[in-house]
Ligand binder design. Structure first.
Ligand code: NAI
Length: 257
């Protein structure tokens, strides 16, 4: 993994206690980076401890809610007080509610937007300046195939993910001169706690999903994490403002014709 040149760097990952975020943390550790794992689930402390034991790497844990600006500011202040800096930022925390648009209540709409879009913006506003001027600094946002591929029962979710892809392009313009690249990954259907419950409830949906994916299966969190570390590493040093789809070909085309 030396070709990535991530050894000795530190990555802060939000939504790191589970699923894709946890796989991203593990991948950075495998590439020789340290990780700061942020999650609203207090279990993040145990998860980070176990990961450090498993990999021999350095992990920090931070309990914070990306919807709460002051809780993110507190994490930033703690990092600065303990003279810890970050080189890579991965705003990954996200939620989804599958429901027809007109049935979504205000609270549900607010939760999806505040976590998936405002939460990503806040994460970048608060931690982004720590990256300015650092060698190989980079942001990798977790968007979704839903950013460009319409999906039933996910209208607000899709809107937030399309928002993060726009944010990626414009922040890349602003932060390029500071030496910070900004890219996004857009996973398709990935088996994580977020999707597993749905697949368990509707097993036919998983079979239908496999039929829509040219590679014929749902993805794994590790397959997303591998692309995240590539986007954070040296091989992509001239790439910024891009959203890469990791979806087994789901968004490449349609098979009905
Ligand atoms: P997950 O539910 O397994 O993990 C999400 C993590 O984020 C959890 O640990 C949760 O506690 C944390 N989190 C949720 N709200 C938070 C908040 N307000 N503040 C801090 N932490 C918070 O979900 P998964 O599947 O790993 O999703 C991760 C990201 O990937 C999300 O942004 C999701 O939208 C995106 N994604 C997932 C896909 C999938 O098929 N699983 C497909 C496309 C995108």
């Amino acid at each position: 993994m030396n070709w990535l040149e991530l050894s000795g760097k530190t990555a802060l990952i939000t939504g790191a206690a589970s699923g894709i975020g946890l796989a991203i943390a593990r991948a950075f550790l495998g590439a020789g980076s340290a990780v700061e794992m942020l999650d609203c689930n207090p279990d993040v402390a145990n998860v980070a401890k176990r990961l450090a034991e498993e990999t021999g790497g350095r992990t920090g844990a931070h309990i914070a809610d990306v919807r709460d600006y002051s809780s993110l500011e507190r994490v930033c202040a703690n990092l600065k007080e303990s003279a810890r800096s970050i080189d890579i930022l991965v705003p990954n925390a996200g939620v989804n509610v599958r429901m027809p648009l007109i049935e979504l209540g205000n609270e549900q709409v607010d939760k999806i937007i505040e976590t998936n879009l405002t939460g990503v913006i806040a994460t970048m506003q608060i931690f982004g300046p720590m990256l300015f001027g650092r060698e190989g600094a980079s942001v990798v946002i977790t968007s979704s195939a839903a950013a460009m591929h319409g999906m039933l029962l996910r209208a607000v979710y899709s809107a937030t993910k399309a928002g993060t892809s726009g944010l990626t392009r414009s922040a890349a313009m602003e932060w390029g001169p500071q030496g910070v690249r900004v890219n996004a990954v857009a996973p398709g259907i990935i088996r994580t706690p977020l999707t597993q419950a749905y697949m368990n409830q509707f097993p036919k949906r998983e079979i239908a999903a496999q039929k829509q994916v040219p590679l014929g299966r749902v993805g794994t969190p590790e397959e997303v994490a591998d692309v995240v570390i590539m986007l954070a590493g040296r091989p992509t040093r001239f790439m910024t403002g891009q959203t890469l789809f990791i979806d087994g070909g789901l968004t490449a085309g349609t098979s009905w014709w």
